[in-house]
Design a protein around this ligand. Sequence first.
Ligand code: NI
Length: 482
Amino acid sequence: MKLNKVYYAFISFIIITLGFFIYLHNNNISTSPNIKPTNTDISRYDGIDINFTSLDSETYKISRHYPYFNNKTLDGLITNYIDRIEKEFLNEIDSLDQDFLKEYPAHLYITFEIHKLNNNIYSFVFTQEHHYSKANPYQKNDVFIVDISSNKQLTTKSSPFWKDDTLDTLYSLIKKKFEASALYSDYFFSDMFETWFYNPLNDFSNVYFDKDRVVFKFDKYEVTAGVAGAPEIFINVSELNNILSDYWINLISENQNFEQETTAVIIEFDTEATTEATSDLPVETNPEQTTDKNSAITKKKIAITFDDGPHKDFTIQILDLFDKYNGKATFYMLGSRVDFYPHIAKNVIERGHEIGNHTWNHKDLTKLDTSSLLDEINRTNSAIKKSTGILPKTLRPPFGEINEQTKKIIDEKVVLWDVDTLDWSSHDPDEILSIIKRDVRENSIILLHDIHKSTLDALPAILEYLYNNNYEFVTISNLLGY
Ligand code: NI
C-alpha cells in the first residue's frame, strides 16, 4: 500500500510536470507570432519612436508628428509643448466664422526634424504651421536638445553653448553669413537681427547641433522678409573654435568617430526580422486547404490599403495576418516614418506587398506651393527607395485632398478609396467591420490605418469575412493594372 501511494504520487508528479511543459510549449506556439524585436531595435534612432496623430473635423484638420521616448520627463516635456500649440489653434478656431470654416477648413501641422549628435544627444527641430482659410499661414520653429541618457533637456542655461565674452564675435559671424548667403542676403534686415541677437531674453533656443555644424534656425519674418522663408544659418565647428564652449566642442569631436560605427548596426538587423516573422505563423487556421474546392469559383479582387504608417509593431503583425490568406496589401507610408523605421518598409516589400507615397508630413497638398509639394513627395520617394530599393508607383494625398492643378504636378498615379472605414475615428472593430460589409464590392479599395491598435484588432474578422465571401486581397498596382 505504502509503495502504491509513492508510486501514484510519482506518476501524478510526472503527469503534472509533463502537462505543465506541454502547456508552456503550446502557449509559446500560439503567442510566438506576436514576439517582435524590441523597441530599440526597431527605430533607426535608438530609444526614440515617432508618434503621429491625424484629426479631420468639419472645420479643421490637424496632423501632429512628435518623438516618443518612453520616458515620463521627456514625453511630458514634448506633450506639454504639443498640447499648448493645439490649444492656441483651437482657441483661434473658436473665434472664427464656423460656416466659413466649413467651406475652408483650417489646418494645423506639427512636424519635426531630428538631428543626431551622438548616441545620447539629439536636436529636435519642431515646426508648427497654422493655416486659417485664405490668410497667410503662421509658422514657428522650436528646438529641443535632449540627452536621452539622462532624460534632460539641454539649453544654453544648463550647458552653455558659448565661451564667455564671445557674443560680439558670434554676432559678426552670423551677420557675415547672412550677407554672404545667395538665398537670404537680399532679404536680410540687419537691424532686426541686431535687436534679436542682443535682446537680454535671447536664450539661443533656436540653436541646434547637426554633426559638425551649429545651426541657427530663424522663424519666417524674424530677421528676413517673408520670401526668405525660415532661414537656416550653418556654421562649421572649425569656425567656432574660439566661440563654442569646450563642453560642446568635445561632444562634437566625439561624434566624428561615432558616425562610422552606426551604419553597420542598422544593416545587421534586417534578415533576422524577416525570418522570424515568416517562420512562426500558426498553421491551424490556414485556409489554404479550402482553396482547392473553391478554386473553380472566380475570386473578386479588392485592395486593402493602410495609411499613415509604418508602425513599429502593428505593420508587421498585419503582414502576418495577410499571410494566412496568401493576401497582399498596400501601405501608404509617410516619409518621416519610413525614415524612423526603414527596415519595416523593407520587410513589407520583401514579403510581396506594395508601398505607396503618402507624403512626408501629411500636409494637404492642395494648399502647398509647387516647390513644397514636390519636396513632400520627393523626400518620401527617396526614403522609400533608400530603404526598400523600390520607387512607389502610386500616391495617396493626405485627407484625400486633391485638385486638377495638384494632379498636373504629381508624376505618380493618384489613388483614393471607395470604402472609408473611419477606423481612425471610431476605434471600434465591430463598426469597422460593419462599414466594410455594407460598402465592399468587387474592385473596392478599402481605407484603413496601420497606426491604430483597434484597426489591427479588427483585421482578423475583416479578412475572414472577405475571404469567405470570395474576395481576393491584391495590391493597388495589381488591382488597377499599373
Ligand atoms: Ni493619412
